[in-house]
Design a protein around this ligand. Structure first.
Ligand SMILES: [Zn+2]
Length: 373
């Protein structure tokens, strides 16, 4: 299933809409349509104009979120950090960094420019509202400008909270990372994020039923904070480890003419669930348990794996970072990657290899870095 849709690109960075964004957009428009000015258009008499203005307001709000994300990306790109894309989703936007910035000062500045940009936008809209003659009394443009002023300032304040995944959490980590190891700084920033989540959830319970929203946001912050800790720990654990260090080198292959029944038999015998498929010594695809299980039992003895294999095999090089392998496994939602050295198949990295490597290196590193733990 495609979870996000590309709508264009800016500075060479693809801009995507996540499915949750398409769900929240009408919801925000609804909130604007039913709130009185300056937070909505509920006093606009014509229902279609009211709906139109509310939708435009919601779209403009997300345009402002996009500008906020572009500000992060701009600083990232200027500091040599690759941005894989910007995705707009339920609670705003996310810039997907391909590397974690290891320079705390850069990370702090990169995080800081987002809320700063939102604040500047908010102040500009507020200035237009208060300084342009006739704006305050205009129920259409005036309310729109006031709404955007409020929303951008709220976005700036919300994002400055020192809690992951808000920008303030990153500023806090950058600040701490100047004084202690990166992982420890991350752990502390994550704990602060979780503490915020608890406080917000408590607030939600106290103000029930309107507090439902606080609980939803609290849950989101809690999960995102945990995710940040996991991905940081993983990337630090795998630092310096190459694909060739963790791959399985004794690779069993299947010929294109192998039947599905024979392939299943091989899976039983060798206990591997995926095999590269070769034709005249060249890899032409990959076949997994998932592929063979879709073939009806009566057709298994006659169907060659050629007909059911995945032709578009995602490959790695032996010198790629292990973390890259992990990212490729999870972004493509697949179980294994084939390692190619020149034109030769050198090995396979499976999800299981990855987990084993993670456990091993975590233990090994713990022994080196924290003798008192
Ligand atoms: Zn931000």
């Amino acid at each position: 299933m495609v979870s996000s849709l590309k709508i264009g690109s800016v500075m060479g960075i693809p801009i995507k809409l996540h499915v949750t964004f398409l769900l929240i957009l009408p919801f925000i428009a609804f909130a604007f349509a039913t709130s009185p000015p300056p937070l909505g258009f509920s006093n606009v008499p014509d229902i279609w104009i009211r709906i139109g203005l509310s939708l435009i307001g919601a779209i403009l709000l997300f345009a402002c979120v996009l500008i906020h994300e572009l500000a992060h990306s701009y600083i990232a790109v200027h500091n040599g950090i690759k941005i894989g894309g910007i995705t707009l989703f339920l609670f705003g936007g996310v810039s997907e960094m391909e590397d974690i910035p290891r320079n705390p000062a850069v990370e702090m500045f990169m995080a800081f420019v987002g809320p700063a940009t939102s604040m500047v936008l908010g102040v500009i809209f507020a200035a237009i509202y208060f300084l342009v003659p006739g704006m305050k009394s205009d129920p259409y443009t005036g309310t729109m400008v006031a709404l955007l002023a409020y929303m951008n300032i709220a976005l700036a304040i919300f994002n400055i909270l020192p809690a992951f995944p808000m920008d303030g959490g990153r500023v806090l980590r950058g600040f701490l990372a100047k004084r202690m190891p990166y992982i420890k700084a991350t752990r502390i920033a994550v704990s602060v994020g979780k503490l915020f989540a608890y406080i917000l959830a408590l607030l939600g319970i106290l103000t029930w039923p309107t507090g439902l929203w606080f609980i939803v946001i609290a849950l989101f912050i809690y999960m995102a904070a945990g995710e940040e800790e996991r991905s940081t720990t993983t990337s630090m654990t795998l630092e310096g480890i190459k694909v060739k260090d963790i791959m399985t080198t004794d690779v069993h292959t299947l010929d294109v003419g192998t039947t599905v029944a024979q392939a299943i038999d091989t899976m039983f015998r060798l206990k591997h669930l995926g095999y590269p498929v070769v034709e005249a010594g060249k890899m032409v695809g990959i076949v997994t348990l998932n592929d063979v299980s879709r073939v009806p039992v009566e057709a298994r003895a006659t169907t060659p794996v050629r007909d059911i294999m995945t032709r578009n095999v995602i490959t790695l090089k032996p010198d790629d970072d292990a973390f890259t392998a992990l990212q490729k496994l999870s972004t493509n939602k697949i179980g294994r990657l084939v390692v190619m050295d020149g034109g030769q198949m050198a090995g396979i990295v499976s999800r299981t290899d990855m987990l084993k490597a993670l456990e091993l290196y975590e233990v090994a590193r713990a022994g080196v870095t924290s003798p008192n733990a």
